[in-house]
Design a protein around this ligand. Sequence first.
Ligand code: GLN
Length: 488
Amino acid sequence: MIDLSITEALQKLKSREISATELARAHIERIEKYNPELNAYITVTAERALADAAAADERIKNGDMRTLDGIPIAMKDLFATRGIRTTAASHMLENFVPEYESTVSQKFIDAGTVLLGKSNLDEFAMGTFSKTSYFGAPVNPWQMEKRLTAGGSSGGSTSAVASGLAMGATGTDTGGSIRFPASITGLVGMKPTYGLCSRWGCVAFASSLDTPGPIARTVDDAAALLSAMAGHDAKDSTSADVHLNLDSPLQPILGDGKKLRVGVIKEFNNVKISDDMQKLFNARVADLKSAGAEIVEVSIPNILDALAAYYIIAPAEASSNLARYDGVRYGLRVEGSDIYDTYKKTRAAGFGDEVKRRMIIGTAVLSSESYDVYFMQAARVRRMIANAFNRAFEQCDLIVCPSGAGTAMPLDSDMTPLEYYALDLFTVAMNLAGVPAVSVPCGMASNNLPLGMQVVGKMFDDVRVLELAKHIEQFANIDNRPTKIMGK
Ligand code: GLN
């Protein structure tokens, strides 16, 4: 049962070949067996899962099955869940139990999903390996004995979905936190168009970049999850009032003489990536060409400056967003001699090093001496990149590029902040521009670990992005069944 895709499970649930309760039980057992080693979940909600499953079984029996009825999922522990602690993987919110439900998690409830638990992540979603989690890093189920990273910041979600501790999961992508972890765990992870999925009730990191999105084992599953998550929300001022047709099955976008122009970004040609990544990327581009796509080279002149712009804008917004954790309104409080001393002691104890680093950088670039030279300059680069994407999409319909430079690295590899920031080179530009991008497996590297590549589209072209990703998924044809990756 663990290896079923969401679409397969929905059919079996509908025909009542399996029940939601059986499905939930199989996942809970597997969580009990593997979560101690994988650390994919911060909080497991087994009782809630069984109650959700019983309700789903009842609906299915009565013939009013919902779109994702009975599907067991993991919720990134950044989405507020009423009555269930929501930690953002931080000491600051270690014991925070929200009294409200985030819009995204509410939509999953409405769709009938079964909540297995809250998945691990980097503290406040800041990081690349989920190593900044106050609860310890999740582990990649591929070649588990090697203790490789499942990526970050949505690394608990990718660890859970790849290992069969959930059928699908939510993530958030501010600078690649869905796409990078998906790419090194053999999964499909999508950053939808900014504004397509509501941020309401999602712990804020950098509000103009934060994008909730799905993580799944197949492109069809990712589309099914996205369909449940997307939609206008009056509670989020940047939510887009756009309805995409995500309910009907994805259609082939290539073949039968269909015309499609697929762009390859010229500036990425000179970026050093592993030989395997280069080989697999070239092979998939060649496949697209044989299937009838016209491959065109496009230019996003400032794309290599995206990293610098991102690491100014994201910390700037973070420093402002995280000012709310003062020991008074939410979470941890360490009593001081007066109110200022309480602020100081609470924040000193409540935040980890990476989060503090971001707040210091963010505060510096927003100071009056630095604002024009750093923050405004970064905002200009951001606008130039968004404009360049618009121009590129006059020459092509969709763009493809690598998701990262190579396969998953060991959790104990030592890297400086600048070294791991550099790993976001292929993902941050899409957040700055707001455009939709999905990472889809493009094949297996010579060390038998999966690699991913991205499909990028213009604003609100999320459906076509998924449609092209589905072709790439078929060409790559990797085996990412959980019991194949890590055994029964
Ligand atoms: N690695 C990026 C960062 O540390 C990604 C974060 C994210 O997308 N949440 O900022």
